[in-house]
Design a protein around this ligand. Structure first.
Ligand code: PLP
Length: 363
């Protein structure tokens, strides 16, 4: 076969249709200068402190880079378990919580199983379903607060084998589900997947980890990307009964938390007061920004995360997004999943002041 005879897009024709149909994740704007204010990825406005970077780099230099990390990162698992008050046998770490959620989706709903989602919710869940071959069953959120339609979700999972994947606090709307709903879901479904990437910004009662001893089929996902400002290093974890964890761990490849991520995570967990202080500051800033947005007559559902969901009164979120971007402020535009709406990450007090001033002018 001559190389020239191979049609250029024959390989593309071999791509699974579910993958072909996906949009590329949050593609950055193709042109224009980089934004001055980046409030579109729910990242921390505060970088890891220099002193912690120094500790991590020194410890990293001591390690043997030629060796694989220890299987299951036992030092990190122990440190996390001690911090969270759970047993190390009920924790596993991964390359960001995204990797762990994908593994669990694949284990419980892959190859034709059904995943129940409450949109608008984290956009990557759709990608995870496509990758693992799960079908989606969508239960739209209700009312001005975009609350989960609890009875409908329960009806979809009860006795059907469908698996609920609930995000609490929910990205992009910010709301939480009650412990009571988690209990009812656990009673109705074979397993409950609960993504708590943003729970460090929420209230104590929003934390689902205390339910683990009571609910043998609860799987909780967390991350150091948000509250610990470690998104650049990819450290997530999953908490569940040991038997369930062992199955989830079969669905992602070993050694996904490397030496660098492990050393950073250990150093951050040694200084929990830093994260606690910054989360408290961001939670109070969130309330300040939300109050100002409401003053500007924007509807903003209550948020327990580090972001706010809103829409301009004229319903043209895309136009407002473009105007903000032209002034150097990047927020997330949600037209594809929730037309008209935008999501803004809560920044430092100075960043929030700038965002609010520009927004007020553009409205
Ligand atoms: C709801 C939710 N879950 C999970 C993740 C993945 O986080 P990471 O893979 O960085 O731990 C994100 C990231 O934005 C998220 O918003």
């Amino acid at each position: 076969v001559s190389v020239r005879a191979i049609p250029a897009d024959s390989a593309l024709a071999a791509v699974r249709p579910e993958i072909r149909a996906l949009a590329t994740y949050a593609a950055p704007a193709a042109s224009g200068p980089a934004p001055i204010l980046k409030l579109d990825f729910n990242e921390s406005p505060f970088d890891v402190p220099e002193e912690i970077k120094g500790v991590v780099l020194a410890r990293l230099a001591e390690r043997r880079w030629s060796l694989y990390p220890e299987r299951r990162n036992p030092r990190l698992v122990e440190a996390l378990a001690a911090r969270l008050g759970v047993s190390p046998s009920e924790l596993a770490v991964g390359n960001g919580s995204g990797e762990l959620i994908l593994a669990a989706v694949s284990v419980f709903a892959g190859q034709g199983g059904t995943l129940v989602l409450a949109p608008p919710t984290f956009s990557l869940y759709r990608q995870m379903a496509a990758i693992s071959g799960a079908r989606l069953s969508l239960v739209p959120r209700l009312g001005p607060d975009l609350a989960v339609d609890e009875e409908e979700v329960l009806a979809r999972v009860a006795g059907t084998g469908a698996i609920p994947l609930v995000c609490s606090p929910n990205n992009p709307t910010g709301g939480v589900v009650s412990r009571e709903l988690v209990r009812r879901l656990a009673a109705a479904a074979s397993v409950v997947l609960l993504d708590q990437a943003y729970v460090d910004f929420a209230a104590e009662e929003d934390d689902a980890l205390p339910l683990l001893p009571e609910l043998p089929n609860l799987v909780v996902f967390r991350t150091l990307s948000k509250a610990y400002a470690a998104a650049g290093f990819r450290i997530g974890y999953v908490a569940a009964r040991a038997g369930l964890l062992a199955e989830i761990e079969k669905a992602y490849l070993p050694y996904s938390v490397d030496h660098a991520a492990e050393e950073l995570a250990l150093a951050l967990l040694e200084r929990p007061e830093i994260s606690r202080r910054l989360c408290a500051l961001l939670a109070s800033e969130r309330e300040r920004v939300a109050a100002r947005l409401r003053q500007l007559s924007l509807a903003v559902p209550p948020s327990r995360s580090n972001f706010l969901f809103f829409a301009p009164r004229d319903g043209d979120g895309r136009a407002l997004h473009a105007r903000l971007l032209a002034r150097g402020i990047a927020v997330r535009e949600l037209h594809a999943t929730h037309p008209g709406h935008l999501r803004v990450t809560v920044g430092s007090p100075e960043q929030n002041d700038l965002f609010l001033a520009v927004l007020a002018e553009e409205l």
